[in-house]
Every structure is written in C-alpha cells, then in structure tokens.
Design a protein around this ligand. Sequence first.
Ligand code: TYM
Length: 331
Amino acid sequence: KERVFSGIQPTGTLHLGNYFGAVSKWVQLQNENKEVVFSIVDMHSITLPYNTKDLEKNVYLMAASLIACGIDPQKSTLFLQSQVPEHTQLSWVLGCLTTMPRLGQLPQFKEKSSILKDVPLGLYLYPVLQAADILLYKATKVPVGEDQIQHLQLAHSLARTFNKRFGETFPVPEVLIQKDCSSRIRNLRDPMKKMSKSHPDARGRIEITDEPDVIVEKVKKAVTDCKSEVTYDPENRPGVSTLLTMHSLICGLLPEEICEENMLLDTGRYKSIVAEALVEKFTPIRQEILKLIDSPEYLSKVLQEGQQRANLIALDTWQEVASKIGTIPNN
Ligand code: TYM
C-alpha cells in the first residue's frame, strides 16, 4: 500500500526553500489523493539549544503555515511528533541496529557538531529518529529536499537491516526529490549555500510570513554576479538561477522561457519582476497564516485529530515490531 510521509522542524518560520523544496510537493501529492502523513517534528527541534516558549509558538506557527500553504487537515494527517510516543520507542530499537561510525560520518552531523564544544547525544541520534518517523508509518514515498538524501539512505539501510534480522516488516521508502533546482533553493546572500533557517543572515532567506516590502528588499539585495543578462545556468550562475527557479515554479513557465521573455532586461530590473511574482503568490498565504494563528483552538484541534489518526498506524507498527524483536506488546 502506498503511503507518503514527510516532516518539518518547527524551528523558526517556514522559508521558501522549505516551500519549493518540500511543502509544495506535499500539497501536490495530497491533491493526487495519495494517503499522506505529515509531521511537525518538535523532538528534532530540541536537539540544539532552544527557548521553550518559542517552541510552542513555532509549532502553532508551523501548523498554520502548512495549512495556509494548502495542507488540508481533512485530506492529510497532520500531527505533532511528540504526541505520538512510538516515534521515540522505535528510534531506540533502530538505534540498536546501527553503529556509531555510521552516524558519525553523516554530513549534517559533521557540520553541526563541528561548531559545538559539547555535542548533545540527541544531535547524533537525530537521523535515527528520522528513520523511525518514516518506518513507523511504513511509508513508501518520502518527498524531501536534497539536504535530506543521506538521512534517507540511513532510513533505507535500517529498514533493510531490520527486515533481514527480524523478518519482512518495513517497505524500503522511495525518496522523492525533484530533478529541477527546487530541491536545493539557494541562500540569496550566499548562493553557494542552501537557503536555511539557521543561517545567521536573515536576508538570505525569504520567510513565508515576510511582508511584501521585506520580500522586495531581500530580492533586491540578492547576490547575483557580474553579468547583467538574465540567463539560466545553475552551475555557473547560482544567484540569478535561484530567482529564475522560484519564478518558474510560480508561473509554470520553464526558466529558459522566462529568460527569453526578459531578454531585454538586466538582472536588476528582472529582480523587480521576480519580487512582484513572489509578493503576489505569498501575500494571500501570509494573510491566511495571520488569520489561522489567531485561532489556536482550531490549530490544536487539527493536531489532536491528526494525532489520533497517526496513532492508529503507529500503534499497529509498534506492536508488530515489539513482537518481532521478541518482546511482549501491551494490548
Ligand atoms: P527541515 O525542517 O530542515 O526542512 C523541511 C523540508 O524542507 C526541505 N528544505 C529545502 N528544500 C530545498 N531547498 C532548500 N534550501 C531547503 N531547505 C530545506 C528539506 O529538505 C525538508 O524536506 N530532518 C528533516 C525533518 C524530518 C523529516 C523526517 C523529513 C524529520 N523526520 C522524516 C522527512 C521524513 C529536517 O530537518 O527538515
């Protein structure tokens, strides 16, 4: 049976990398009537220092943002990871099936731990919990951005190891990564890097809640290069190509077609066209977020219903796992 699963951390606000790389694909899959399960992964967000008050606020903000982007709680199961305890239970079992060198070599761990004096164990176990998220729902498809590939490879190998050791249990999940540049939206100030929530320069990312004038300003300040024509060349011109990628995803034309349309413009003037397209696309979404965030009761009801649905699947899998590993499921 086909089932789509993906997750997003409630750290800060959803940005356009998250939107184009993941969330817009989630909405597509949902609307193709696939069975879809999406989690706000708060347990992943506490692996690095954070503020408890912000976490709760950010969970609601993320729920509101996902709904405003088109996740329909009637069609999708949208829930908060920590409310389904089987995630951490399964992650323990999976943790017993991998090794320290395997986790230590993952690029995101290496990058994040390299700047810390004391590395929390949770940061190290992070990808094991992520594998548990996916396997708990026996997901067959996982739509993510490019930065998650290595984590999904770990999930693959854990599924295989478990199946081999304890008998066929988990489908090996297929990674859905778009071939176009949307799977890695660049940082506007530093196009060699990806757009991310954690980059200290906020001008490098456009957040889904940014006001129109902020979007315009960020696009205007986006780093391009010394050439002034508008051409699509992600390899050699990552700056202007990122603008073209986002623009193309909004208007449905190919980046090359947009270049042709704007042949007479320089990148400076093209930027105002992109900014206008982004403002037009995201203004209604921003307004919807503001409306939703004003009704925490509604958001908490959505998460509660999501939790109930997610829990049915999670409990089933957990009981199967418990009996397969030789312990006693409690039912
Ligand atoms: P997170 O919260 O960092 O990002 C959520 C999703 O957005 C994608 N993404 C991007 N795509 C394109 N360009 C970018 N600049 C960009 N930045 C982020 C990410 O690839 C991701 O798909 N570990 C995960 C959350 C997670 C998860 C899971 C995902 C936990 N459990 C199970 C899938 C399945 C993360 O930190 O995503």
